[in-house]
Design a protein around this ligand. Structure first.
Ligand code: NAD
Length: 325
C-alpha cells in the first residue's frame, strides 16, 4: 500500500509565476523526485526547472493520461491557465485552457481515483455587483472579464466533481500575487510586481491603473503556504472545499509607492490607466477570509512593508548576480 506521505504530485503550468516557486516548495516537503513539473515548453529550452519535467499541454488528453500513468500520479496542482489581461485579448484561448483544460484534469483525477486535486481560483470571480469591502465568502459572482467567467464556471465544475463523484478538489481564491523569481503571466495585478522591478532598474514606473486603485494582494510565500495548508487540511473541517476566500494585504498604488520610497526616496510613479483599469475597478478592495481562518487556520505572515523589504532585497541581489529579468 502507498503511504499517505508518499505522494506523487503532478504540477501543470509549472513554469508560471506560482508554479516556478510551488514546485521547489513541494519538492522540499514531499521529496524531489515525487513532484513532476509540466508546462508547454520543451525541456531543452527551459533551464528554470530541474527534472523531473515533462512537456505537457493540458488540452492533450492522451498525453495527460500517459504522463500521469507513467509517474503513478495521485495528486495534481493544476496551475495551467490564461490570466485576466491575456484572456481579454485572447478570449477563445482563455475559454479553451481554463475550461477544457480544467475538465481534462478533473476527468483524469476521477478516472484514476486520485487523492487530491488543487485548483486555484481568483478574486476575478467577483464583479461590479459584488460588495467591494470585506467581500463575503458567499456573494454575487457576476464577473465581466472572460477570465472571471471561466473562474466562476471552474469553481462550479470543481464543486460538481466533488458532490457527484467525491473527487477531492480544493482551491483558494487568490488575490493579486507578488513575487520576484518569475515575472507574472499577464494579469491585472502585474503592476504590483513591475513597480518593484522598475524601482530597482530605472527609479521610476508608469502604472496602468490609477494611484487610488485598491486591490487585495498577497506575497508569494503566503500564497504557497495557503495552497499547501489547504491541501493538507482535514477534509472533515472544510465547509467550502473549493474557492476559499483568502486575504493578506489591501493597498492602493500610492501606498505601495510610499512603501518603496522608504528604501528609494527618489522613486517616482506616473499614472497612465488603460484597459486594465476597468478590470481592476470590478474587483474588491478587501476580502473577508473568516471561513478559511476558521476551517483550516489560514493566516498570512507578510504585511506591506515586510513584503517590500524582502522584494527589494531579493531584486537587488538578482541585479548584482545579473539574473534580474
Ligand atoms: N498570479 C496571480 O496573481 C494569480 C491570482 C489569482 C489566481 N491565480 C491563478 O493561479 C494559477 C496559476 O497562475 P500563475 O500566476 O502561475 O499563471 P502564469 O500565467 O504565470 O502561469 C501559467 C502557466 O500555464 C502555462 N500554460 C498555459 N497554457 C497551457 C496549456 N494549454 N497547457 C499547459 N500549460 C499551459 C503557461 O505556459 C504558464 O507557464 C491560475 O489558475 C491563475 O488563474 C493567479
Amino acid at each position: 500500500m502507498v503511504e499517505k506521505s508518499m505522494k506523487s504530485i503532478l504540477v501543470t503550468g509549472a513554469l508560471g509565476q506560482i508554479g516556478s516557486e510551488l514546485v521547489a516548495e513541494l519538492r522540499t516537503k514531499y521529496g524531489h523526485d515525487n513532484v513532476i513539473a509540466t508546462d508547454l515548453r520543451d525541456p531543452r529550452e527551459t533551464l528554470s526547472v530541474e527534472p523531473p519535467y515533462e512537456q505537457l499541454d493540458v488540452l492533450d488528453r492522451n498525453r495527460l493520461w500517459e504522463v500521469s500513468k507513467r509517474y503513478g500520479i495521485d495528486t495534481i496542482y493544476h496551475l495551467a491557465a490564461i490570466l485576466s489581461a491575456v484572456g481579454e485579448k485572447k478570449p477563445d484561448l482563455a475559454w479553451d485552457v481554463n475550461m477544457r483544460g480544467l475538465k481534462n484534469i478533473l476527468d483524469l483525477g476521477m478516472e484514476r481515483n486520485m487523492t487530491r486535486i488543487m485548483v486555484p481560483s481568483s478574486i476575478a470571480v467577483f464583479g461590479p455587483t459584488t460588495p467591494v469591502d470585506d467581500t463575503p465568502q458567499e456573494t454575487l459572482l457576476r464577473p465581466n472579464s472572460m477570465y472571471g467567467v471561466t473562474k466562476v464556471a471552474g469553481e462550479l465544475l470543481c464543486d460538481y466533481y466533488w458532490s457527484k463523484y467525491k473527487l477531492d478538489v480544493r482551491g483558494v481564491r487568490y488575490p493579486g500575487l507578488i513575487s520576484y523569481k518569475t515575472p507574472p503571466g499577464g494579469g491585472t495585478t502585474d503592476y504590483a510586481v513591475a513597480i518593484y522591478v522598475d524601482a530597482i532598474k530605472k527609479g521610476r514606473y508608469t502604472c496602468f491603473v490609477r494611484e487610488d486603485t485598491v486591490l487585495p494582494m498577497m506575497y508569494m510565500p503566503d500564497a504557497l503556504k495557503a495552497i499547501i495548508d489547504l491541501a493538507e487540511a482535514d477534509g472533515e473541517t472544510l465547509r467550502y472545499r473549493n474557492a476559499y476566500n483568502i486575504a493578506a494585504l489591501s493597498f492602493d498604488v500610492a501606498q505601495l509607492a510610499e512603501s518603496i520610497q522608504r528604501h528609494i526616496p527618489e522613486f517616482e510613479v506616473r499614472y497612465e490607466p488603460d484597459f486594465h483599469q476597468a478590470i481592476a475597478d470590478s474587483w474588491p478592495n478587501t476580502i473577508d477570509d473568516t471561513a478559511a481562518r476558521d476551517d483550516w487556520h489560514w493566516q498570512p505572515n507578510f504585511d506591506l512593508d515586510a513584503m517590500t523589504d524582502d522584494m527589494l532585497a531579493n531584486l537587488r541581489r538578482m541585479q548584482d548576480e545579473g539574473t534580474l529579468y
